[in-house]
Design a protein around this ligand. Structure first.
Ligand SMILES: [Zn+2]
Length: 336
């Protein structure tokens, strides 16, 4: 079977200067027999040096990444770097245009589709292009996520762990260079289908983030993302200067302690949390309770923390279904 991507582009990945263009994915719905889905892409290159692939809009309701990467596409002078930036600021474009986590075209979560499929649905085809065409061009990968519609998260830089000690050390250094107050080692419970897990598997130094909250655009997270992206480019040697950020004693290196870090809604209803994010909590402590607004005589159902630590993320909407993630606890990271 021919595994070549059907996506085409007029971008020349080897040309110096700034190119702003599109990836064209053939798309043939009822209303348009021979059209394409245009996906924005930019390449900023100056001479030889490392290649960094920067992605936003993996989930379409996480806005800081696309905003900050768009600003870099417009404002960064190629003379400011040595090497190459490949920027895909709204990679899951149908989801970005819809303001949704998942694609309205095929219902798929871009970040659970790696390595993709060149002849699959739209999301699978875009993922395949990132995996099979863009990853091999890159030395490092920056994937900018935010809390999205369902979560309120402490703004943080994220480490996708690697079994390769050399790559893990380089990744930890690059993520800490981003300069967030919280650096979180997080592997989505070992899911290999995320973009960062796939990038690490392919040997890329990988920097993730979890920025704003609740599907909104937050001022502090925009500032963190702008500084953080430049910090990573300085750390990797594409830009002049030293990364800057919080003092060492203001930084926290933490991890999600496996499945015990997660609190899930024990029933459908409305979840009342008992702690603000950032709070220190105890294993077994009451995290919150699910209320039944149409049945006030019925006692609420309690949810408890399964690990001591710091409350890193909370559910944003009040309404929950059984099994929704309502809290995530992190603990100090002490190496693998
Ligand atoms: Zn995301």
């Amino acid at each position: 079977m021919n595994e070549r991507s059907l996506i085409h582009t007029d971008i020349d990945f080897d040309r110096d200067g700034r190119q702003v263009s599109e990836l064209h994915l053939p798309h043939s719905p009822h209303t348009d027999a021979w059209g394409v889905m245009p996906i924005p892409i930019a390449v900023i290159k100056n001479g030889s040096g490392p290649t960094v692939l920067m992605e936003g809009g993996n989930h379409g309701d996480e806005y800081e990444g696309p905003i900050v990467l768009g600003r870099i596409i417009r404002d960064l002078d190629p003379a400011e770097i040595r090497g190459r930036l490949i920027i895909i600021p709204a990679i899951n474009i149908p989801a970005v245009l819809a303001g949704q986590r998942t694609s309205p075209v095929d219902g798929l979560n871009f970040n659970r589709c790696f390595p993709g499929d060149p002849h699959g649905s739209m999301t699978q085809q875009i993922v395949h292009y990132v995996h099979s065409v863009l990853f091999p061009l890159a030395d490092a990968f920056v994937d900018l996520h935010s809390g999205g519609s369902s979560l309120d998260i402490l703004p943080s830089a994220v480490v996708e762990p690697s079994d390769n000690p050399d790559l893990m050390a380089k990744t930890l250094d690059a993520v800490q260079a981003f300069g967030a107050t919280y650096t979180v080692v997080l592997n989505n419970l070992g899911d290999p289908r995320t973009s960062t897990a796939s990038a690490v598997e392919n040997g890329l130094i990988t920097v993730g983030t979890e920025l704003g909250r609740g599907g909104a655009v937050s001022l502090d997270s925009i500032e963190l993302a702008e500084r953080g992206v430049r910090n990573v480019l300085k750390h990797l040697g594409l830009m002049e200067g030293e990364p800057n950020g919080p003092r060492d004693d203001e930084r926290n290196l933490v991890c999600v302690p496996g499945s015990d870090g997660y609190v899930y809604a024990p029933a459908a209803g409305v979840y009342e949390p008992l702690h603000e994010k950032g709070a220190l909590v105890e294993k077994g402590e009451l995290a919150g309770m699910v209320h039944f607004l149409d049945d006030p005589g019925r006692p609420p159902v309690e949810a408890h923390y399964r690990s001591s630590g710091r409350l890193y993320a909370r559910r944003q909407p009040g309404r929950v279904a059984r099994g929704n993630c309502v809290g995530v606890v992190v603990v100090a990271y002490r190496g693998s």
